[in-house]
Design a binder for this molecule. Structure first.
Ligand code: HAM
Length: 428
C-alpha cells in the first residue's frame, strides 16, 4: 500500500479515540488535582502578539531565537502560536486587572504548545501542557505548593517513581555576579565548548549547564554552583523551599544542572524526570518568575508554576501499565430482523437518556455479526430486538458475562439492566 498522500505535519500527531480515552483520563486527573487544591481554570488564545513571548520568555532563549511559529496576520501584525503557557497567563491576568490587589491567584491550564524543534522521541513541534501558576505569593510555601500539586497529579496517574530535581538560579543581583564567576571558570576552555555554548557563554552562560554535548557536560561539571553563590535573600528563600517540601514529605535532590530554558526564572527552578523517558526526560518543569509581570507591563507581582507535557506523561503511564478502566458499553442493541432494526436507534436514545452507554449496529448486519460486535465493544449486556418480542412490547436482555437472558418489557429495560448489574441473576 502506498503512503497516504497527506500526513500530519512532522513533529505533530493525531489522537484517535482509544488513545483519546487515555488523554481524557490524564487531563481529568490534572483537573481534579488542581480543583482540590483551589485552582481555577484559565483559557487564553492559541496565538498572542509576538512581543508577549519575545519579551516574556526572553530573546536569548532557544524558544524565542529559533523555535517560535511566528507569522504576520492579514492585518500586518506579528503573532505567534502559543510557545509556552506562563507569559500568556500573566498577560491575561494583567489585562483583566487581576494583579496588584492583595491576594493570590491560583490558575491552571491545558493547552497546546508550538515550538519548531528538531523532532525526536519525546520532542514534538506541537505538544500539550498541563500547567499551573500561583501568582501573588512571594514566600517559599508557594513554591512547595506548586511542586506538591505537580507530584499529586503524577501520583494520580500512577507515576510515583519520578525524581524531583531542585535548584536555585538566584535573582538579578546574585546571578549577574555568578555569571561573571562562571565565565572566568570557563574562559580557559572556551574553544572547547560547542558552537551553541560559545554563544551561550556571552549571552547566558548558565544555559551551558543544560547542554547535552558530552564535552560541554564534562567542562561544566567542575564549575562553581549557583547555589553556593546566592545572595542572603535568595539563600533564605531556597532554604525555605526545601524546608516546606520536607514538611510535606516530598523527596527531592539538589541539581545544579536544572537551569531551565526560559529567561523569566528567578530563584527556584525544578524538573521532575523519569527513567522511562530517553534524552528528553522531563515530565514536568517549572520555577519562580518574580520579574515577569513587570516585564509584561503589569505591577510587580511574584509568581511560580510548572508545565508538564501530556505526551510524556502518557508515554510513562503506558510503560507503567496505568490507565483508565477499559471503556465498555452498558448495552449493545442488536436487531434480529430488518423490521426490528428500525427500532434500534430509538431504543438506544431512550437507554442513553436513562444514563446507559448504549450503541447499536448502523450497518444492517446479521444478528451473529452484531453479537460479535457487542463482544468486541466489551458490552455488559445485549438487548436483542426480534419481531415477536417487539409485538409484545418486549426485548431480550442478555447478560453477556453470565449468559443469563430474559424477555423484559421495553419500558423496564433500563431498570432491569441496572438491577442485574447490582445482583446478576445466575443462569438456571
Ligand atoms: P518547559 O520546560 O519548556 O516549561 O515545558 C514544560 C514541560 O513540557 C516539559 O517538562 C515537558 O514535559 C514538556 N515539553 C516541553 N517541550 C516539549 C516538546 N517539544 N515536546 C514534548 N513535550 C515538551 C514551560 O513551558 C514553562 N512555561 C513551565 C512553567 C510554568 N514555568 C512556570 N510556570
Amino acid at each position: 500500500m502506498s503512503a497516504p498522500r497527506y500526513q500530519a505535519p512532522r513533529g505533530t500527531h493525531d489522537v484517535l479515540p482509544q488513545e483519546a480515552a487515555r488523554w481524557q483520563w490524564a487531563e481529568d486527573a490534572f483537573r481534579d488535582t488542581c480543583r482540590r487544591a483551589g485552582f481555577g481554570e484559565i483559557r487564553t488564545p492559541t496565538f498572542e502578539d509576538t512581543e508577549v513571548f519575545a519579551r516574556g520568555v526572553g530573546d536569548t532563549t532557544d524558544i524565542v531565537t529559533k523555535q517560535m511559529y511566528t507569522f504576520e496576520d492579514r492585518g500586518g501584525r506579528s503573532v505567534t502560536l502559543c510557545a509556552e503557557g506562563t507569559a500568556p497567563v500573566i498577560r491575561a491576568l494583567i489585562q483583566h486587572g487581576a494583579l496588584g490587589a492583595s491576594g493570590v491567584q491560583k490558575v491552571f491550564y491545558l493547552t497546546p504548545i508550538f515550538r519548531y524543534e528538531r523532532p525526536q522521541a519525546g520532542r514534538l513541534r506541537e505538544h500539550h501542557q498541563a500547567g499551573l501558576e500561583v501568582v501573588g505569593a512571594a514566600g517559599p510555601e508557594a513554591d512547595a505548593e506548586v511542586i506538591a500539586v505537580g507530584m499529586s497529579y503524577l501520583a494520580a496517574v500512577g507515576i510515583t517513581d519520578a525524581a524531583l530535581r531542585l535548584n536555585s538560579i538566584g535573582d538579578a543581583v546574585c546571578r549577574a555576579a555568578y555569571r561573571d564567576r562562571l565565565r572566568d571558570f570557563l574562559r580557559p576552555q572556551f574553544e572547547e565548548l560547542c558552537p551553541d555554548c560559545q554563544v551561550r557563554f556571552e549571552r547566558n552562560p548558565l544555559r551551558i549547564f543544560d547542554c547535552k554535548v558530552p564535552r560541554c557536560r564534562g567542562l561544566i561539571a567542575g564549575a562553581p554552583a549557583m547555589v553556593d553563590h546566592l545572595c542572603a535573600d535568595c539563600r533564605a528563600h531556597f532554604d525555605g523551599v526545601q524546608a516546606a517540601l520536607r514538611a510535606r514529605g516530598i523527596v527531592f535532590t539538589l541539581d545544579p544542572n536544572v537551569v531551565r530554558g526560559l529567561d523569566y526564572y528567578t530563584r527556584t527552578a525544578f524538573e521532575v524526570t523519569h527513567g522511562a523517558l530517553g534524552a528528553q526526560d522531563a515530565l514536568l518543569g517549572g520555577g519562580r518568575y518574580d520579574g515577569l509581570a513587570e516585564i509584561l507591563g503589569g505591577p510587580p507581582t511574584p509568581g511560580v508554576g510548572f508545565g508538564s507535557g501530556i505526551e510524556r506523561v502518557l508515554f510513562v503511564t503506558g510503560k507503567l501499565g496505568t490507565g483508565p478502566p477499559a471503556s465498555a458499553l452498558d448495552a449493545y442493541v442488536a436487531a434480529a430482523s430488518d423490521g426490528a432494526a428500525v427500532h434500534a436507534g430509538p431504543l438506544a436514545d431512550r437507554l442513553r437518556s436513562e444514563g446507559l452507554t448504549t450503541d447499536f449496529d448502523p450497518l444492517g448486519r446479521s444478528l451473529k455479526a452484531q453479537m460479535k460486535e457487542a463482544a468486541r465493544r466489551n458490552a455488559a449486556f445485549a438487548i436483542i430486538l426480534g419481531d415477536d418480542e417487539l409485538a409484545a412490547g418486549e426485548a431480550t436482555l442478555r447478560d453477556l458475562t453470565t449468559g443469563h437472558q430474559e424477555r423484559v418489557a421495553v419500558d423496564r429495560l433500563a431498570v432491569t439492566l441496572k438491577q442485574w448489574r447490582k445482583s446478576p441473576p445466575q443462569p438456571a
